[in-house]
Structures are given as structure tokens and as C-alpha cells.
Design a protein around this ligand. Structure first.
Ligand SMILES: *[C@@H]1O[C@H](CO)[C@@H](O)[C@H](O)[C@H]1NC(C)=O
Ligand SMILES: *[C@@H]1O[C@H](CO)[C@@H](O)[C@H](O)[C@H]1NC(C)=O
Length: 352
């Protein structure tokens, strides 16, 4: 079955040679018994999907702040994926460069954390050229900005371009965590050489070992939740820093367009709402009062729903946005060949 080939074991929980001598003194003493708690396929898929966004952020931030990316800093994490197109050193002031270096390095940690939990995939082809960002901004304004928007030209432009990305990842993490609660799909596999021991056999021979393994499974679920919570927390911190830096400048005009920073964020957020096709899940720095916290304020330093809770997005919505096409089946934008992993590629196949 194709199914079995896809069962990826995210962690070998117990190589119980010592314990085995206790529990199976005779029958298993000479065989290597490995107990594996495997993450359900859907968990693996959900955990690896965000790699797509983490790669994008890592490369954009690292190149922007340092002029080089993962291939210099952590080539192993790139996994042999194509180098990004058009990413480059940005003209940033000292504060923004300082912050963006930190963000870029944080993404390296995120990539490592995800890839040490699930196998993941190599870096997808990323189009981080000025023109890819210019297209997003043109779409946001519904007209061609002249000259084309260049994210690498100055700090304000780079922050506006940064506003485009981490928030989308953040909403994805908000959407992921509840799905991981589906623990009924978790499997317990016991393999002993050629013998597969059933759960019942094990229960008869050793309730306590089964208990240990069960706890390991629960433990693993908690590790997945903890990973996503940890990623969510730092991504939302990044989003907050970017929003705060932009909020300070919300009335400033972005040159040479003569449009305020506030309006830029509003346009970008509206574009994401339009592409995501799931209603209002994104808000700029200044909103109609009714959409501000408690319907009382128009300043909107953080986006949130009527209870000021973060919006959540499904992978499908995220792909529609980052492809810039409004269609999860049609790649483009920052991902000319599409995103990677089972969730994203399943949509790509459907388009053929
Ligand atoms: C990158 O994006 C720009 C703007 O859409 C496009 O003109 C260019 O061809 C893209 N490059 C690749 C290799 O897809
Ligand atoms: C829970 O897991 C099962 C088995 O993998 C799957 O069929 C079901 O759709 C999942 N439910 C949710 C809410 O993800």
C-alpha cells in the first residue's frame, strides 16, 4: 500500500533492550525490539507545511540584513533546495538591520526545530526578487506603482515587505494547533525483527510496558503541540515588532508614492483577505473603529477578531495568499513552482 510507504516515523521513542530483559526475559532477549510511536500522517503533514513559510522568512530576512542566506549559514537545513531568486542585501538603518538579523537567525532555529521533529522537505524554489514584491504591492493597490515597489530600497520598504509574510505564518500556526489534538489517529507500533507484536499481546505480557509506550505517545503529542505553540509565540512576536515599528511611522509617507504607511498596511491586509477567500482575517494598522479592540479604537497595533483573538488560516488559504493567485492549485508569486510537502503538492496535482 502506498499508505505504508508514507508512514514516517518521527521519533524512535524507545529502544528497550534493557527494559526488555525485564519484561520479556526469555522470548525477546535476543531480538532487537523497537517500539515506535509514529505521528499520524496528518500530524506530519501539518507540522511540515509551515516549513514553506519558514524558508521564505529565513531567506528574506537573512539576505535583507546580511546579503546571504541559508546556504552560508546553515546549508544542511536547505536540504539541497534551489537557492532563492533575487534575494539581496537591503539598505536598512541600524535598528532595523539589528532586528532583522535576529529574525533571520530565529527562522534558522525554527527550521531546525521542525526538521528535527518531522523529516520535512528541501527548500522550495523561492522568488524573492524585487519584482515579486512589486507585483504584490501592485495587486494591493489595484494599479501599477511607479517606480515599482522595491523591498530592498530602504527600511520602510523592507518593513512593509516583512509585513507581508510572518503574519501569514502566524495565522497558519493558530490554525494548526487544534488539529493536532486528533490523538485518536495516533498509532502504536511494535516491531521485533520480523515479528509485529500486537497491542493486545503486549497488554497481556506487559501492561506496564504498554503504559510506558502510551505515555510516550501522549508525550509526543504534547511535544508537537509545544513545538507549534513555541513557533506561534515567536512568529507573533515578530509580527508585533514589525507592526510596532510601522505603527510609529503610520502617518509617514512612503516615497515616492505619497501614500502613508498606514494605508500600505491596509491595502496589503485587504489583498490577503481577498486572496484568502475566507472573509476578514487580516487588518491593517488603522481600521474603522468597529474593527478595533472592543469596537472602541481605530488604532490597530495588533490584528484580532471581535474578542481580540488571533485569526487562524488553513493551509489552503495560506497557499492562495503566498501564491498571489487566490487559488491553491495555481502556484506563483513567491513560489513559482509551488510549495512543498504533502498538503501543498496534493493541490498542485489536482490542477493537472
Ligand atoms: C520572479 O517574479 C517576477 C515577478 O513575478 C517574474 O517576473 C520572474 O520571472 C520570476 N522569476 C522566476 C524565476 O520565476
Ligand atoms: C483524525 O485522524 C483521522 C485518521 O488519521 C482522520 O481520518 C480524521 O479526519 C482526523 N480528524 C481531524 C479533525 O483532523
Amino acid at each position: 500500500m502506498a499508505h505504508t510507504s508514507r508512514v514516517r516515523v518521527s521519533s524512535v521513542v524507545l529502544v528497550a533492550s534493557l527494559a526488555l530483559h525485564l519484561f520479556f526475559p526469555e522470548c525477546f532477549s535476543s531480538s532487537v525490539l523497537i517500539a515506535r510511536a509514529s505521528a499520524s500522517e496528518s500530524d506530519v503533514d501539518l507540522l511540515e507545511f509551515p516549513l514553506n513559510l519558514e524558508y521564505l522568512e529565513a531567506e528574506f530576512f537573512l539576505f535583507g540584513a546580511l546579503g546571504y542566506g541559508l546556504d552560508m549559514i546553515a546549508p544542511k537545513l536547505a536540504g539541497g533546495g534551489d537557492p532563492p531568486i533575487g534575494a539581496k542585501f537591503a539598505k536598512l538603518d541600524n535598528l532595523v538591520r539589528d532586528v532583522i538579523i535576529q529574525f533571520g537567525l530565529q527562522e534558522v532555529g525554527h527550521l531546525r526545530a521542525i526538521k528535527s521533529t518531522v523529516k520535512g522537505f528541501p527548500r522550495p524554489l523561492l522568488n524573492l526578487s524585487s519584482s515579486a514584491f512589486a507585483e504584490v504591492m501592485d495587486a494591493a493597490f489595484g494599479r501599477t506603482l511607479n517606480p515599482p515597489f522595491d523591498p530592498y530600497a530602504n527600511s520602510i520598504n523592507f518593513l512593509l515587505a516583512s509585513y507581508v509574510i510572518p503574519y501569514v505564518g502566524l495565522t497558519g500556526y493558530v490554525g494548526t494547533n487544534p488539529l493536532l489534538h486528533n490523538s485518536s489517529s495516533r498509532k502504536l507500533e511494535l516491531l521485533s525483527g520480523k515479528t509485529v507484536i500486537s497491542r493486545n499481546e503486549l497488554l497481556l505480557s506487559s501492561p506496564s510496558l504498554l503504559f510506558m509506550l502510551h505515555n510516550d505517545n501522549v508525550h509526543m503529542l504534547h511535544l508537537h503541540e509545544q513545538l507549534v505553540a513555541g513557533l506561534l509565540a515567536v512568529e507573533s512576536g515578530q509580527d508585533a515588532v514589525i507592526r510596532a515599528l510601522l505603527y510609529e511611522r503610520k502617518a509617514q509617507l512612503v516615497q515616492p508614492y505619497g501614500v502613508t504607511v498606514g494605508e500600505f498596511t491596509d491595502r496589503i491586509s485587504n489583498l490577503r483577505n481577498k486572496l484568502g477567500k475566507a472573509g476578514l482575517k487580516d487588518e491593517g494598522l488603522v481600521v474603522p473603529r468597529k474593527d478595533g479592540a472592543e469596537g472602541e479604537v481605530s488604532g490597530n497595533i495588533l490584528a484580532g477578531d471581535k474578542d481580540s483573538l488571533a485569526y487562524s488560516r488553513t493551509p489552503k488559504e495560506i497557499l492562495r495568499i503566498v501564491y498571489g493567485t487566490g487559488d491553491e492549485h495555481v502556484p506563483g508569486g513567491f513560489y513559482p513552482k509551488g510549495a512543498r510537502g504533502r498538503i501543498a503538492t496534493s493541490y498542485l496535482k489536482q490542477s493537472i
